[in-house]
Design a binder for this molecule. Structure first.
Ligand code: TXA
Ligand code: MG
Length: 311
């Protein structure tokens, strides 16, 4: 795939929005760092984000929205919402309880029942979000383990050939990522960033620290991670009384990807775990066929190992 460099005029924003609507990926400038945008409602688009970044696990992604009013469609609003929304548009991300009817891909939240939302300030991002008209998943636009990009050229360095386009909005002004404030339970600073902790404490009072947004599986957060009720066996075929999840050709009624396509398998993962869980029920067993441990397969296997871990 040739990655197009798009200028952020009206025609360019329309082109980029059309790519997002078609399930494609667009690198976009924000005031903090460049992000990698995809439709947050599309399992396939979000699976492709993980694939392009080469992430070894499904870290939850930030959902970018055009204005604070849009947040209520996806998240349960906390008491201090109005006062915190005054930092928007800007480099603040709020982690809020996910609405059951949010309609977001479970891959965006990595199966958590919370969602990270942000209203970015960059005029190009805002123009893109308005033209797109939906929620946009957007991790930093770097391959996993590399430095976050602050120029369109950095995005091309890392992701050229793996994404449809990059919107060139020039250098980013802030250069560090957004501050992440956890508001599920007591307010917690999960990542320092473009909005200072002092500015948030002026609104909320003293913040708990020690959380780590890079490891949302830290104590307390993993508990809400979706896990099947029954047992999960990996790298195997189902016996007669088990519910099988297949990969590649096989007899299973539930199959992550009969064609052994990793993007399709990742896109189906959370839905099929849920279906299998419903069929297996309390005390039942889910048996998952082997999945190659490379590329997106590493993230899929990481998630499956967590589901299979003894609880
Ligand atoms: O400035 C930014 O925030 C940039 C621009 C592009 O908006 N985006 C960004 O995304 O830095 P990313 O994916 O590199 O970092 C998102 C962080 C991750 O560390 C992730 O663990 C955390 O947000 N996060 C997302 N959803 C979460 C949730 N439900 N609970 C806890 N942490 C969450
Ligand atoms: Mg990042």
């Amino acid at each position: 795939m040739d990655t197009r460099l798009i200028l952020p005029d009206d025609a360019g924003l329309r082109d980029a929005a059309a790519i997002l609507r078609a399930g494609g990926l667009v690198g976009f400038p924000s005031e903090t760092v460049y992000g990698l945008g995809g439709d947050a409602r599309s399992d396939r688009a979000v699976a492709r984000i993980y694939e392009a970044k080469g992430r070894p696990s499904f870290n939850p992604l930030i959902v970018h929205l055009p204005d604070a009013e849009a947040v209520a469609r996806y998240a349960v609003l906390p008491a201090d919402f109005e006062r915190l929304a005054r930092f928007w548009p800007g480099p603040l991300t709020l982690v809020l309880p996910l609405r059951a009817d949010a309609g977001l891909s479970p891959l965006v939240t990595a199966g958590l029942d919370s969602v990270a939302v942000r209203v970015p300030a960059h005029p190009v991002t805002r123009g893109l979000l308005r033209a797109f008209g939906g929620p946009m998943a957007g991790p930093s636009a770097n391959p996993s383990g590399r430095i976050s990009p602050t120029r369109a050229a950095h995005v091309l360095d890392g992701l050229s050939g793996r994404i449809e386009a990059v919107l060139d909005g020039g250098p980013c002004a802030v250069g560090v990522e957004s501050t992440i404030l956890g508001l599920v339970g007591r307010p917690q600073l999960l990542r320092p960033g473009g909005v200072s902790a002092e500015a948030l404490e002026a609104v909320l009072g003293p913040l708990a620290t020690g959380g780590d947004a890079a490891k949302p599986s830290a104590p307390g957060q993993l508990l809400s991670h979706y896990a099947p009720r029954g047992r999960v066996r990996l790298n195997t075929r189902a016996t007669e009384h088990e519910v099988g999840i297949g990969f590649g050709p096989g007899p299973e009624a539930l199959n992550l990807s009969p064609a052994a396509d990793m993007v399709e398998a990742a896109a189906n993962l959370f839905h099929m775990l849920r279906l299998a869980d419903g069929q297996a029920g309390e005390g039942g067993t889910i048996a998952v066929a082997p999945i190659p441990d490379s590329g997106l397969g590493r993230a899929i296997n990481d998630r499956l190992r967590r589901a299979a871990a003894p609880r």
